[in-house]
Ligand binder design. Structure first.
Ligand SMILES: [Cu+2]
Length: 72
């Protein structure tokens, strides 16, 4: 398992955080997702054999959010 923390721009409330969580959670290879509106961060634990960072970022950005940075 690998983990990544994404810094997300564009979240305006807890609902946005829940939207992102629900989206990423059902993606193949994703184990756990925690999204915090207050800090603007998503922490994702995933199986690197089934998905990768680029795919996770694309998933977050599809509804209109922007990933400003990534950290392990
Ligand atoms: Cu919102």
């Amino acid at each position: 398992m690998k983990s990544v923390t994404l810094k997300i721009q564009g979240m305006r409330c807890d609902g946005c955080a829940n939207t992102i969580k629900a989206l990423v959670e059902r993606a193949p290879g994703v184990k756990t997702v925690a999204v915090t509106f207050a800090s603007g961060e998503a922490r994702i634990l995933y199986d690197p054999a089934a998905t990768d960072e680029d795919r996770l970022v694309a998933m977050v950005e599809r509804p209109g959010f922007r990933v400003a940075s990534r950290a392990p």
